[in-house]
Design a protein around this ligand. Structure first.
Ligand SMILES: O=C1O[C@H](COP(=O)(O)O)[C@@H](O)[C@H](O)[C@H]1O
Length: 335
């Protein structure tokens, strides 16, 4: 077991990384909800069920209002998926900020803490609207506790570090208390860093900062923001890798990652699937093949992509996509 150095400390968060003190709080009205606009059926007859909350008075074109999305339910071998399809990644980012801010407010009020898990990669850029008005001022950043669903085993100032990416684009711009940003201990081996992170999570569960699933005993994060690679991987769980079967550990490590760098630590599927809310952010044509494979093709259970294995026990899982990402799924208007 590694040391408990993962616990945030001034050494882990150097003073020049400390965000400014929180500004005076005010909560302007949260923007309106997304309006489902139409229902889709895929070419391969995957069932895209009608949204449970359809627009009652007429259907607006999805481009009529900023960040308006087409909302669809997709029946897949691993259960129903809720997809929001935006015209563009820009509109997706607007809606993702709103969704995150609303959940932050809900959990800050309900239990005085908001536990957010982030990924690396393109997801981070899609969080950019959160560091702009109104959220910059209206979100209670002091309640945030930030974790990583996966991290590369590299120094925190390395170009491959998921921490560095999030810090540069997002964390350095908001006043989250530095002690509530849980980066991996980059002085440990992959094994040590995974043990250390798991120990940290267990401590935070004991102190009720992180909730726990009564059904599974795994930690239950308030919101998990996932990305997906073009191969269908999520976190550092890659297609066909034995780590997909891990069902005891909370955090594990990989030393043969198909995507560089080789060494990473990652949350396991049971932890991801215990989340209260999860959002999968998938934008751009580079992801269209994986989206089609995951949602538009029949797969046997042995062929499932990691992204298809994300299925929350007792939570709400939403895909935030754009038109380019779903371009390989043929759409037909529902009668
Ligand atoms: O390596 C990783 O890749 C995935 C996907 O990244 P993207 O840039 O293709 O969106 C990311 O979610 C994960 O956190 C990261 O370590």
């Amino acid at each position: 077991m590694g040391s408990f150095a993962i616990s945030p400390s001034p050494a882990v968060f150097p003073s020049h990384h400390r965000p400014r003190p929180p500004p005076a709080r005010s909560f302007p009205a949260i923007p309106r909800s997304l309006s489902p606009a139409k229902t889709l059926f895929s070419e391969r007859r995957i069932f895209f069920a009608a949204s449970p909350n359809p627009v009652r008075s007429g259907r607006r074109p999805i481009s009529a209002m900023a960040s308006e999305a087409t909302s669809v339910e997709v029946e897949t071998t691993t259960g129903k998926k809720e997809l929001l399809v935006f015209e563009s990644e820009e509109e997706l980012a607007v809606s993702l900020a709103k969704h995150t801010a609303e959940l932050s407010e809900k959990y800050a009020q309900e239990r005085g803490a908001f536990t957010l898990v982030i990924s690396g990669g393109s997801l981070i850029k899609s969080l950019r609207k959160l560091v702009e008005p109104p959220y910059l001022e209206s979100v209670d950043w002091t309640k945030w506790h930030v974790f990583w669903v996966d991290e590369r085993v590299v120094p925190k100032d390395h170009a491959d570090s998921n921490y560095k990416l999030a810090y540069d684009v997002f964390l350095s711009k908001v006043p989250i208390p530095p002690g509530q940003v849980y980066a991996i201990n980059d002085s440990l081996s992959a094994e040590g860093a995974a043990d250390d992170y798991e120990t940290c999570l267990k401590q935070l569960v004991k102190t009720a900062v992180v909730a726990v699933s009564s059904a599974t005993g795994f930690p239950k994060f308030d919101l998990m923001l996932l990305g997906m690679g073009p191969d269908g991987h999520v976190a550092s769980l890659f297609p066909g890798h034995p780590l997909l079967n891990e069902n005891q550990r909370w955090v594990t490590f990989i030393k043969d990652s198909p995507k560089p760098p080789l060494e990473r630590i990652t949350f396991t599927l049971p932890v991801i699937n215990s989340s209260a809310y999860a959002a999968l952010v998938v934008a751009g044509s580079g992801k269209a093949g994986a989206v089609h494979k995951a949602l538009g093709s029949k797969q046997s259970s042995s062929d499932l992509l990691p992204v298809e294995m994300v299925s929350l026990e007792d939570g709400k899982f939403t895909w935030f996509t754009d038109k380019a990402a779903i371009s390989m799924l043929q759409e037909k208007a529902c009668p």
